[in-house]
Write a protein that binds this ligand. Structure first.
Ligand SMILES: Nc1ncnc2c1ncn2[C@@H]1O[C@H](COP(=O)(O)OP(=O)(O)O)[C@@H](O)[C@H]1O
Ligand SMILES: [Mg+2]
Length: 261
């Protein structure tokens, strides 16, 4: 794959705890392991992806996505950190101050939802994939991610009967965003903590397909390795490369590569 056409994938769902950050972190690791150059952009004030991938604590980082969103293009090179815990994965850190960024964008930016998109123009061609970890809301940070992206995927917690709560709001939001970003493609729902033997998971799968309209073939099983990897700040391939959950993220990376080419 030539990286002339950088694919920018937003991982979005305003429901908290559905697996957005986990998906971004391990999809990034597996895409990189398959030979692609990857950048992760953390847009969540909780900065969990940064805590996992980053060498530094987000609170010590001067130029995070918050400063980048509000500032000008010259901040891009400071914001971009090429050294991380993951090989071939660069990071633009998130930080707590992102909480205030939303209000400042609304008040000061000429096009509040297109600030990220403007800045990423310069990175096109430098990376094969840019993955954006979205916060648990549908407000301006998520709009910025979606306006800047070529693709969007929606993690859904499969074992939970409330896993699909609010997902139609997200789908409606996508049609609004397409007015500024008509190219945005929906990769589909990604079932997290999925177990095909359980009836509740099968129900959620069918519902996810009908509500989201697209389903990724790969599903991610539940595994304690996920928390282990976060504690150790490692990719799953560094924790247990033969585990089922690692293989699932590797399959997901392959599926995504096939879908976006
Ligand atoms: N496949 C999985 N198996 C077990 N635990 C998981 C799995 N995916 C995510 N988790 C855990 O669920 C919690 C929420 O996941 P996270 O990715 O942080 O969600 P979000 O970013 O959407 O809030 C985290 O504690 C994470 O470690
Ligand atoms: Mg998260």
């Amino acid at each position: 794959m030539t990286n002339k056409s950088t694919k920018i994938i937003a991982v979005a769902n305003h429901k908290g705890g559905c697996g957005k950050t986990t998906t971004v972190v391990h999809l990034a690791a597996e895409l990189a392991d398959l030979g692609h150059k990857v950048l992760v952009i953390d847009l969540d004030p909780q900065a969990n992806a940064s805590l996992h991938i980053g060498l530094r604590h987000p609170s010590e980082v001067e130029t995070t996505s918050a400063e980048l969103l509000l500032g000008d293009l010259s901040l891009l090179s400071d914001a971009l950190q090429e050294e991380t815990n993951f090989k071939n994965v660069s990071l633009i850190y998130g930080s707590l101050t992102l909480g205030k960024t939303e209000d400042q964008l609304k008040d000061d930016a000429p096009r509040p939802s297109e600030e990220l998109s403007n800045k990423l123009e310069l990175l096109k061609g430098l990376y094969d994939f840019i993955l954006i970890d979205c916060p648990p809301s549908l407000k301006l940070l998520t709009s910025n991610a979606l306006a800047a992206s070529t693709h969007v995927m929606v993690p859904i917690e499969s074992g939970s009967q409330y896993g699909l709560y609010g997902v139609t709001d997200l789908i409606n939001h996508l049609s609004k965003i397409r007015r500024v970003n008509p190219e945005l493609k929906l990769l589909g729902a990604l079932l997290i903590k999925h177990d095909e033997r359980q009836n509740v998971c099968k129900l959620i799968r069918d519902e996810a397909l009908s509500q989201v309209g697209e389903l990724l073939k790969t599903t991610i099983p539940m595994s304690t390795k996920v928390n282990q990897a976060a504690i150790l700040q490692q990719p799953l391939l560094g924790v247990d490369k033969n585990s089922k959950v690692r293989k699932a993220f590797q399959d997901l990376a392959k599926e995504i590569i096939n879908r976006v080419e």
